[in-house]
Design a protein around this ligand. Structure first.
Ligand code: MN
Length: 431
């Protein structure tokens, strides 16, 4: 294995913290045992958790106004993979990478696949991009891509998605996520029904190109850049389109793509009930698509989402396997630190949801005893499972405190020397 952080340094880091962790773990184990829960079982479950990294997340993103590059940013997809490997080495929770084309289009897919394998990584869903024009592109997406009025622009957008599938196949990916910014900024600009009809026509062509063992995920977003009428604005439209397309089409829920105060966990429950929950883009927000680190603003919402996922997993067993991915944009933090922290926060919600006594909760619901039902969720959410997360990492070969270990290793400072900034570095956007 090609480890980017010296394994001796990780071992030394863990040795210093192991004593305190053992004490915290024993105390938590005792508390959980009094609730009838086995900490060892939960730690083993925690070790199975995995969330994919977005290739674009390891670079500094930016806002609509400006981008302030960070030191030692990855300049190409190979360096992005190296950074992803650091995150997985220390957290042991991020073994897959989700690539974005054309930002991360490899000139040699089999070489990139070999690099990933040597780093202990593999490729998750691939993402297409028809929300911006690329250099040399024949037809603009200024007025839409998969929904464009002009057949030439639509065909070009379809062809790009089919290219993404072909590239993904060469990389070992099993799915394509499609997000389009298509829509209208003014009333009258576009025929609302006609735009969705064109979207479905385009998506049918993409669907036809899917290999048998592939899926396509439709990502909805309430607003931006088409503020008046976004074509795929909500889970209802996404669900209708996924249903129309067929069994290989599912819906993808990005936590930042809803109006404030939307009950996202209920959307999750609905999509799971009807077999259309494909996956997630995890992030957090104060207002909308802020793309903040997961769990930074509303960890209770993240927990409630995982509570619904635990309910669905219990009902449907191993067949229920939505894809998990982080989708964040980092402007004021080190992207590697933010992604390590977010992976841990999503894993935390997963573990907390496993602490919910589902039999007890169902009994309270059955008898309409509301307060204890609410308390059953709050008790699980309030439990500090940090020792379980740290123990899971240590036992899987990761770092007890990933951010501290990463800082001690001085990876960023070394990257700053090895990767001098260059103009037009490969893309890191907000999707
Ligand atoms: Mn997203």
């Amino acid at each position: 294995m090609d480890y980017k952080i010296d394994t001796g340094l990780v071992a030394e880091h863990n040795a210093k913290l192991q004593g305190d962790l053992d004490a915290d773990y024993a105390a938590l184990g005792g508390m959980l045992a009094r609730r009838g829960q086995d900490i060892e079982q939960i730690t083993t479950l925690a070790q199975t958790f995995a969330v994919a990294l977005p290739s674009w997340g390891v670079g500094t993103g930016g806002t609509r106004f400006a981008r302030f590059p960070g030191l030692g940013e990855p300049r190409n997809v190979q360096e992005k993979l190296d950074d992803c490997a650091v995150i997985n080495q220390l957290t042991r929770a991020t073994p897959a990478v989700s690539l974005h084309f054309p930002w991360d289009k490899p000139s040699d897919p089999s070489a990139l696949r070999a690099q990933a394998a040597a780093l202990g990584l593999h490729f998750d869903l691939v993402n297409s991009n028809t929300f911006q024009d690329q250099a040399g592109q024949a037809h603009t997406y200024k007025f839409g891509s998969l929904t464009a009025n002009g057949a030439a622009a639509r065909e070009q957008a379809v062809a790009h998605n089919i290219d993404c599938i072909e590239l993904g196949r060469a990389l070992g990916s099993k799915g394509l996520t499609v997000w389009v910014g298509d829509g209208a900024n003014f009333p009258g600009q576009s025929n609302l029904r006609g735009a969705l009809e064109r979207y479905l026509d385009s998506m049918k062509s993409i669907y036809k190109a899917l290999p048998d063992d592939w899926q396509v995920f439709i990502e909805h977003k309430l607003f931006e850049p088409a503020f008046y009428a976004t074509t795929i604005a909500d889970w209802g439209t996404s669900f209708a389109c996924a249903t129309e397309l067929g069994p290989k089409a599912k819906c993808l829920v990005d936590l930042g793509h809803h109006a404030p105060n939307t009950n996202i966990e209920m959307i999750v429950a609905r999509l799971a009930q009807f077999g259309k929950l494909g996956g997630f883009h995890f992030n957090d927000s104060k207002y909308g698509d802020d793309d903040l680190d997961s769990g930074s603003i509303n960890p209770f919402q993240l927990f409630l989402v995982f509570n619904e996922l635990a309910d669905a997993a219990q009902r449907e067993g191993a067949a229920f396997k939505p894809s998990y991915m982080l989708d964040q944009s980092h402007n004021v933090t080190d992207p590697i630190e933010s992604l390590m922290s977010s992976a841990s926060e999503v894993q935390r919600a997963f573990v907390q949801s496993a602490l919910v006594n589902r039999l007890e909760l169902a009994a309270h619901q059955e008898s309409n005893d509301v307060l204890p039902a609410a308390q059953a969720l709050k008790r699980a959410f309030r439990t500090d499972v940090s020792a379980i997360l740290a123990m899971a990492r240590a036992r899987s070969g990761g770092a007890i405190d990933p951010v501290a270990c990463y800082r001690t290793a001085g990876y960023r400072a070394k990257a700053a020397v090895a990767r001098p900034a260059k103009a037009g570095a490969s893309g890191s956007g907000i999707v």
